[in-house]
Design a protein around this ligand. Sequence first.
Ligand SMILES: Cc1cc2nc3c(=O)[nH]c(=O)nc-3n(C[C@H](O)[C@H](O)[C@H](O)COP(=O)(O)OP(=O)(O)OC[C@H]3O[C@@H](n4cnc5c(N)ncnc54)[C@H](O)[C@@H]3O)c2cc1C
Length: 418
Amino acid sequence: MAGKRHQIAVIGGGIVGVSNALALQKAGHQVTLIDRGTPGRETSYGNAGVLSESSVAVLNSPGLLKSLPKLLFGRSNSVRFSPGFVIRRLGWMVGFLSYCTARRWRAAGHALRALQLVSLDQHKAWIAEAGVDDLLRYGGWMKVFRRQESFEAYRAELALADEVGTGYSIFDREQIRQIEPGLKPIYEKAVLYDNTCGVSNPAALTDAYVRLFIDAGGRVAKARVTGLARGEDGWTVSCDGGGDLAADAVVIAAGPWSADISGWLGYDLPLGWERGYHMHLEPGEGPQLNRAVHDVDGGFAIAPMQQGVRITTGVEIAHRDAPPDYRQVRRSVKLARDGHEMKAEIDETPWMGRRPTMVDSLPVIGPAPRHDGLFFNFGHQHIGLSMAPGSALAITAMINGEAPPMDMTPFRATRFSI
Ligand SMILES: Cc1cc2nc3c(=O)[nH]c(=O)nc-3n(C[C@H](O)[C@H](O)[C@H](O)COP(=O)(O)OP(=O)(O)OC[C@H]3O[C@@H](n4cnc5c(N)ncnc54)[C@H](O)[C@@H]3O)c2cc1C
């Protein structure tokens, strides 16, 4: 596809699709971004806003196997599950656990680090270009531990951070008080990933990127994509209510819905969903937090946002489309009050999102093996906000026939038998 100005359709207007549309458009292509709703209002809306260069430890780790009994007996707030769903998706679950080896875990860490470094640089450049520097927060991302024992268990992740070159600082109880005076003195240890950044409103960030895209001639179509067909002259993207779209290339970036769309063309990609929730609370009278904080023992994160103090949950393993179950977010809010003073809940109903996660926890970024001009860009699990720009630059380079900015081997679709 090299060396031409192409008509490209990007399906899905989450942070991944929006970034992809922007990068392609900046490379000179004529791009239509298609979303069935307002871009950035699904999974990309409600996250903790962390722009990470340090989230290299995927969930399928050797440590996960050790903590399985605790998780299975429902004693963890960080992971909850619907037993019926786990049984129905047993193949995927077993597949996920099969990646819990030290070798795979370390390899995934290296791959994700490379993607995150490129992404964070590009985020900073686009944020400056979009004139929304007020959204960007420096000062790192902090993991806090209520129990020394939990910190000791975390040393494996620190060893991986050392191996991939992520900077961090370790603090004890008194130092935590100085760095985050808004935290109550219940934490024994903290790890601050100094170079990680954050945003105070992920939806506003997506909106800013959409504005950049539109101002430079990009088109946003509000439509549900219902079909994809490859003809002699290229692609036809069918949308509900008619209005088919012709394109030379198509990027599927529909987050948790991407496997459905890829499935129309015969690709069986092992995408799962890790659901998560948030609730905003009014800030308390005391000092506010300077950064997002992850309470490892509590299994939730607290992130200061423009909308209020956002409490985000860990993982709920349930069907993507099952009704929400607010128990995990209710418990997270209760536990969060142990560590940080906050006033009343702001949202009438908690928000729910679905992290799109491949069975090996690495996104799929690259060409579809059996269709010219079709590209996959999804499965960014817990760190899609962080990794969207790098994924976008990589797809753009591939479409242009150039070398991507990082090794794409770990992300290729053909690592699965599809
Ligand atoms: C509680 C929580 C906290 C998180 N915290 C962080 C964090 O701090 N940092 C971080 O980096 N990541 C975080 N994440 C992960 C991150 O939010 C996701 O990885 C990311 O938002 C995924 O983006 P996406 O664009 O792939 O998917 P989405 O944002 O879900 O976008 C997919 C889009 O596709 C559209 N779509 C689907 N089907 C169709 C169709 N047929 N036709 C047209 N459009 C369609 C949808 O409308 C949607 O807009 C968190 C996630 C959760 C749930």
